[in-house]
Design a protein around this ligand. Structure first.
Ligand code: ATP
Length: 609
């Protein structure tokens, strides 16, 4: 007898699963089947294989009867050898079919999940920034990985186990009843005696497994938090090593206790059940014996042995068929979660009549633009300005005033709700998205670098750039000196997310990257975080000539950047409150004057010092 080790708990639903039971509708089923239909030929083959191997696997049990009657009791060596060879042959054949079936099963499951994963990934890439800011990254990844792997499991194990168990069960019952209905009925009555306690022991153990799983999640959480680069930094700086160690130790301790309890749970129960499990065969021997000796001389020893052998084949299938409902609910929940993602509307996509102009000059015009990330909270109000080709604009304003939000609307990371944003002569909503994004380059505050070499990060912008072009871009971005200092030059690793580089180096590298992209419009979101004055000067040196020669928008925090622009827009609470050139704005005595006094001037004095 076997209580299927770890996965046996899969026979029970958690409270959460019960509460979130999916609604199984005709359209959901149709949708699930639509993924199976392309593989119907392979599925039909599997069906046949499952039926054949389940039936063949039962045959040796039937042969046991003949081995005893014809071979042993009949004292015929040739019959004995023949039957034994037949039995071995059938077992071998059934196993061979099983191997083929396994291969096919895995093949189909992998292909279906391949289709689903690709579809999900392509769909997620179309999702707007809003989706990625609103959703937890972990959740998104879980759907991509565990939910889709769950689907694989449904196909490889659930589907075929239901089928083979049902076939085995029905066939075994038919054979038993055809042999002798009295013995068959006794056998059937014994089955629940065995199955019911097995399930209840499984349940106890399962709840312990869940508890220990939760505990292990907690331990992993602690590890993730405290052993990450920034987490460890926090721990060190606040001197929390001891406290964190204690927290880890106590969670660990709880886990150990649970693991021990889990492994022992049900052992006593098992022992009792084991005794129970011999009741079935003994009852069959007893009743069979009485029938054979007193009432029905036609019953042979072999017949009784066949009954006992078949009885033992009933337990497994009954047990797993009792789990069908649970497996079913769980699979449907998984499909529902996956489909939920497929059904997320694509917020920002190409208009059906999107235009792709021959070229872009980088000019931008905001026409009475209103926007909010959430409908109930407007961030931008009536923003209008225009930037002509070849010119530059600096956007300044207090933190949170909406500067980054303004530039987010240009490459359509978000769409404005009121007014319109024009790029060149076209409303951005009418432009081909890839054209638009190819022509807008952003150096953001939070520069993102992939874990790879400097070269790989630069080539991301333009895979066909030559060595000379890479060097040229690095020189312009004022990072070439740094590259040269690296032992591996352009092939130096930048570390996880570029953590091996300083903030200033990262930003200069991302300037080089955007220069390689060579966009018609360059947007530079200056870091608010303090860089040391040398780093700042380096970035400044890089940025100024670029601004002079390109259409650009700068979100500026430092006077030198602001002064390099042709026009200054002052944003406050999502409105453009002032605009003009530095000399006039300083004198105006408004928001800009205040910013100048509190922010720019100080930064200037610091730099000069
Ligand atoms: P800073 O100079 O500090 O970068 P900013 O002027 O660029 O600030 P924005 O980033 O444009 O300001 O933010 C404007 C407002 O929009 C802020 O109140 C902010 O909380 C809100 N906001 C920004 N991003 C989102 C988002 N993804 N979802 C909801 N609200 C957001």
């Amino acid at each position: 007898m076997s209580m299927r080790g770890g996965p046996m708990g899969r026979g029970f639903l958690t409270e959460e699963e019960k509460a979130n039971r999916p609604k199984v509708t005709g359209s959901l089923l149709k949708r699930v089947f639509s993924y199976l239909i392309p593989y119907w030929k392979q599925l039909a083959l599997i069906l046949t294989a499952i039926a054949a191997s389940s039936l063949l696997a039962l045959y040796p049990s039937v042969l046991t009867g003949r081995i005893i009657d014809e071979g042993l009791i009949g004292r015929s060596l040739p019959a004995l050898v023949r039957l034994i060879l037949l039995s071995l042959g059938v077992t071998l054949l059934s196993s061979l079919i099983g191997v083929g079936q396994n291969y096919l099963n895995t093949w189909i499951a992998q292909h279906i999940s391949f289709d689903m994963r690709n579809k999900m990934y392509a769909h997620l890439q179309k999702m707007s920034q809003r989706f990625f800011t609103a959703n937890n990254q972990g959740d998104i990844i879980t759907r991509m990985t565990s939910d889709i792997s769950g689907v694989e499991r449904v196909i490889t194990s659930t589907f075929s186990s239901i089928l083979s168990n049902a076939i085995t069960l029905i066939a075994a019952l038919v054979i038993m009843y055809r042999q002798n209905w009295v013995l068959a009925t006794i056998g059937v009555l014994v089955v629940p005696l065995f199955v019911i306690p097995t399930r209840s022991a499984g349940k106890t153990r399962w709840s312990l497994t869940r508890e220990s799983q939760e505990c292990s999640d907690e331990v992993n959480g602690i590890l993730n938090e405290t052993l990450s680069v920034s987490g460890q930094l926090l721990v060190k700086l606040f001197g929390k090593e001891k406290a964190e160690y204690e927290r880890y130790k106590s969670a660990n301790e709880r886990m150990i206790k649970l693991n021990i309890r889990e492994s022992m749970a049900g052992r006593w129960f098992f022992m009792i059940i084991q005794t129970f499990s011999s009741i079935g065969p003994m009852a069959l021997y007893l009743v069979g014996g009485i029938l054979m000796m007193k009432y029905d001389r036609n019953i042979s020893v072999g017949d009784i042995t066949v009954m006992v052998a078949l009885l033992s084949r009933l337990y497994g299938p009954v047990n797993s068929l009792l789990n069908i409902q649970v497996e079913w609910i769980r699979s449907m929940a998984m499909f529902t979660r996956i489909f939920e993602y497929y059904d997320l509307p694509v917020e920002i996509e190409n208009a059906p009549d999107a235009v792709t102009p021959d070229s872009a000059d980088g000019s931008v015009r905001f026409d009475h633009v209103g926007f909010g990330y959430e409908p109930e909270r407007k961030i931008l109000h009536d923003v209008s300005f225009s930037l002509k080709a070849g010119r530059s604009i600096a956007i300044v304003g207090p933190s949170g005033s909406g500067k980054s939000t303004i530039i987010n609307l240009i490459p359509r990371l978000y769409d404005c709700q009121e007014g319109a944003v024009f790029f060149g002569d076209y409303d951005v909503k009418k432009l081909d998205l890839s054209f638009l994004r190819r022509n807008v380059g952003i150096v953001s505050q939070e520069t993102y670098l992939f874990n790879g070499t400097i070269r790989e990060n630069l080539l991301y912008a333009r895979p066909d750039a030559t060595e000379d072009e890479l060097i040229e871009a690095c020189k312009k971005a004022n990072i070439y000196e740094f590259v040269q200092k690296q032992e591996d030059g352009l092939d130096a690793m930048v570390g996880n997310r570029g953590l091996k580089l300083s903030g200033g180096e990262k930003q200069r590298l991302s300037i080089a990257r955007v220069l390689l992209k060579d966009p018609a419009l360059l947007i530079f979101d200056e870091a608010t975080s303090a860089l040391d004055s040398i780093s700042e000067a380096r970035i400044q040196e890089a940025i100024e000539p670029i601004i002079q020669s390109r259409t650009s928008i700068l979100i500026a925090h430092r006077l030198s950047t602001i002064l390099a622009a042709d026009e200054i827009l002052v944003v406050k609470d999502g409105r453009i409150v002032e605009r003009g050139v530095h000399a006039d704005l300083v004198k105006a005595g408004g928001v800009y004057t205040e910013l100048y006094e509190t922010q720019f001037k100080k930064a200037l004095e610091k730099a000069e010092a």
